[in-house]
Design a protein around this ligand. Structure first.
Ligand code: SF4
Ligand code: FE
Length: 485
């Protein structure tokens, strides 16, 4: 089964036996839970569009392992064209779902591991790349959704893993066996965790010799014994339990994050892709981060939705022609398209690595993500400006439809002839969802902290920029001699 349909994906999740907790209770039926379900719908879109002729070119690729047509989310980039299509796919899905569709993290983990396992083997004559390739083949052939699990809880941030008062604050090996290892620890903020078939674990920071037991990468089925999921809350999340068709803003899609606990979990050797090669922990983090910073093409697509909603809100209010509104919408578009430039540029300036995988340009990917930590906030501010205060003072859907209040809500929130009060309210609810509600997790906070917080990108920008070359260019033009001594 090289490519699952959305329906097959949903059924495949039903076959899993995940240990998921939310609001203090175990979730018996993860797929149909009203709070989790919209996030499953968003991932399902990545399966659905792969079968759509109009999107096949972006959503699918040919496997370099089997030659089969596969979902691009399981593909190892074989060219610049692949990298560009990845960015375009992110924008497309962001526009289709208006939220985080969660599947990029696993794709980025697979691509980073395809490079780093190869590099480890070159140095140590290990066989990680062969193991990884075997694993990749099964991910591609079964069209699996993978959670890329990087972020440890980190405990005391001033201390490296091996000096933590609680040694489990970074995920580590607690026992070596003949047939594998036993691991303990946790990964925080795991996007799409309970919608995943697989969890791919990577280290979260560069490590020293003393951190060897923490320099670890492996993959496990998401329902492996000992893996526990604790769902994160999002603002306004319980609106999804109200059963209406308006107040949640985005009626079908959403994202989720979870704390994933590894409570002494066994990993067979054939699923271990790094263990102890501490000097490769940093390069793996950097490679994954560069790919994932490119993936923030998704926010351009979500920005498209928000800009469209702001335009509609202005039209509904009868102010779309006002010059200051037009100018704000231009500003929103300029910021959003600037983000698009970044995710396309880091792809077109990509490079082939020794393993054969194409990697993005690290400097440009970091510049792109740094812009993502800022521009969506400004786009959201402008959308709220255009929407007006009603976005947060609006009565509920029930008040719009209930006998006693219906006539007042309809009368006093009516604007121009031809604009239905209900439609005006729906657009405002969508803007609320994107800038303050459940989707604000993905559009704003995740833009800030996902794929590393702003400072992480600034460090990489400082490291990757060629300052010597810039100084030389300046010196040459004003006649300063180079000092050869
Ligand atoms: Fe993908 Fe964007 Fe969600 Fe990250 S935030 S998983 S890049 S959709
Ligand atoms: Fe993310």
């Amino acid at each position: 089964m090289p490519m699952m349909t959305a329906q097959q994906y949903e059924e495949s999740l039903r076959a899993l036996n995940l240990e998921v907790y939310m609001f203090g209770e175990r979730v018996a039926n993860v797929v149909d839970d009203p709070i989790i379900r919209p996030s499953m719908n968003a991932v399902a879109k990545t399966y659905e569009l792969a079968h759509h002729p109009a999107y096949a070119d972006l959503m699918t690729a040919r496997s370099h392992l089997t030659g089969n047509r596969i979902n691009r989310f399981t593909h190892i980039h074989q060219s610049i064209d692949d990298l560009v299509k990845k960015s375009k796919m992110g924008r497309l899905l962001g526009r289709k779902t208006g939220c985080c569709f969660q599947r990029c993290v696993g794709m980025d983990a697979l691509n980073a591991l395809s490079i780093i396992t190869y590099n480890i083997d070159r140095k140590y004559e290990t066989s990680y790349n062969q193991r990884f390739t075997q694993y990749l083949r099964s991910v591609q052939e079964n069209d699996l959704m993978c959670d890329g699990a990087m972020t440890d809880p980190k405990g005391d941030r001033s201390l490296p893993p091996h000096q933590q008062p609680d040694p489990d604050h970074y995920l580590h090996v607690i026992e070596e066996k003949e047939d594998g290892i036993v691991v303990r620890g946790a990964k925080a903020h795991q996007t799409g965790a309970v919608n995943s078939h697989e969890v791919i674990v990577m280290p979260t920071i560069a490590m020293q010799e003393a951190d060897r037991e923490y320099a670890l990468s492996f993959a496990l089925p998401s329902d492996a014994r000992g893996i526990v999921y604790i769902m994160g809350r999002q603002s306004c999340d319980t609106r999804k339990m109200e059963g209406g068709t308006m107040d949640q803003g985005n009626l079908r899609y959403g994202g989720h994050e979870a704390l994933v606990v590894f409570d002494d979990v066994f990993v067979p050797w054939e699923r271990v892709f790094m263990y102890g090669e501490h000097e490769f922990a940093g390069p793996l983090v950097e490679m994954f981060a560069a790919y994932h910073r490119q993936s923030y093409a998704c926010k351009v697509g979500v920005g498209d939705v928000l800009i469209g909603a702001a335009q509609l809100a202005a039209e509904n209010n009868g102010v779309a022609g006002a010059s200051h509104i037009r100018d704000k919408l231009i500003e929103m578009n300029q910021l959003n398209e600037t983000l698009y430039c970044g995710c396309i540029a880091c792809a077109t300036e990509g490079q082939k690595k020794l393993s054969g995988t194409y990697a993005v340009n690290t400097l440009l990917a970091n510049v792109h993500k740094q812009n993502v930590t800022r521009f969506p906030y400004e786009i959201a501010r402008l959308a709220q400006d255009i929407a007006g205060g009603l976005m947060v003072t609006l009565p509920s859907e029930k008040d719009l439809n209930a006998g006693a209040t219906q006539k007042w809500v309809k009368k006093y929130f009516r604007t121009q002839p031809g604009v239905r009060t209900e439609d005006r309210m729906r657009i405002l609810r969508l803007i609320e969802n994107l800038t303050l509600g459940t989707a604000a997790v993905g559009y704003l906070t995740e833009s800030m902290h996902g794929a590393g917080s702003p400072q992480a990108q600034r460090i990489m920008i400082g490291r990757k920029v060629n300052m010597a070359e810039k100084k030389k260019a300046a010196m040459r033009l004003c006649g300063i001699e180079e000092d050869d001594s």
